[in-house]
Design a protein around this ligand. Sequence first.
Ligand SMILES: C[C@@H](NC(=O)[C@@H](C)NC(=O)CCCC[C@H](NC(=O)C[NH3+])C(=O)[O-])C(=O)O
Length: 351
Amino acid sequence: PALPAADMEAVDQALRNTLAAGAPGALARITEGGRVLSATEGVSDKVTGAAMDPRARFRIGSVTKTFSTVVLLQLVNEKKIELDVPVNRYLPGLLPDDRITVRHLLTHRSGLSDYTNAMFDKTVPGFEAVRNRVFGYQELVNLSLAEPRTGEPGASYQYSNTNFVVVGMLIEKATGNPVAKEYERRIIKPLKLRDTAYVHPGTQISGLHTHGYLTPDEAGAPLVDSTEQTVSWAQSAGAMISSPADLSTFMSALVGGKLVAPKLLDQMLTMTPTDAAGTRFYGLGLRRYDLSCGTSVYGHTGTVQGFYTYAFTTRDGKRSMTAMANTSNRGVANTALGATLEGAFCGKKPA
Ligand SMILES: C[C@@H](NC(=O)[C@@H](C)NC(=O)CCCC[C@H](NC(=O)C[NH3+])C(=O)[O-])C(=O)O
């Protein structure tokens, strides 16, 4: 059945609520067939007052995890890597447990702790301490291994950036190339994603871009312009730069079978619940949200200092939405901004 038309009034109300919660700006861009609907509220630059612009580039955070998953599943299809094999088979001695498999990384079931919890326990000092640092993958893994594991391999879903740092290591080991080259040749070039780039360890977002503003832990403290950073603390787990249009192109190409072989796409879409309500799921590097109208949408969220992103599409890839607020921390963006999904994919609420 065709989806109801997007309710742009509801989408815009969600953006206004996001600003009321403290974001300098917010936007939503919906594509359906060749048509584009977009809504913007507030500013992308607090100094110049420039308005939010759906053409502008920004940091997509963990939406990067879906790009990394696509590259890894292409390597699985090329028989260079197997999913149900110990990570230590490819990276001898890396992990303390041979039972941790490649699939455990992609489903956040490895039990490896997330080093970012300690790193960003104090939001602004933690960010300032790393914003210009360049980490090696091994350094980040060592931070995780210095902490107790969160569970037995395969036992339960526990979101951890460490899993996708190891995915980056696997990609570089299997290809002999930096992940940037693999993203470029396997995804960015074929899909002509002109605004998408992996520039680690560069700190600039080139071209027309949105400024990101980190909300401090202390209520009322001034926002911190966090636009320029290496994102080396995340790399293959969160360092990609893109645009609303490119993320919608990517997500709809993904579910449309253009990036990953059918059998492997099926595995990517095989979900386990991650919330008590049973409306949030995780597959392989991919989230599924079941909306109030019964529509399921697939994609990923992203949280990087100063940017919160939702990048989702329908199962047939016919309707996609990217929503972004240029602030992060203290839940300022996620809840209010999340309501754009209902407006975009469920349309007008029944009276
Ligand atoms: C969960 C999210 N994951 C990601 O996008 C990854 C790359 N980001 C994080 O793990 C958050 C790191 C801290 C951000 C900071 N928070 C703090 O510093 C809290 N003390 C901030 O909010 O900018 C996702 O999948 O959506």
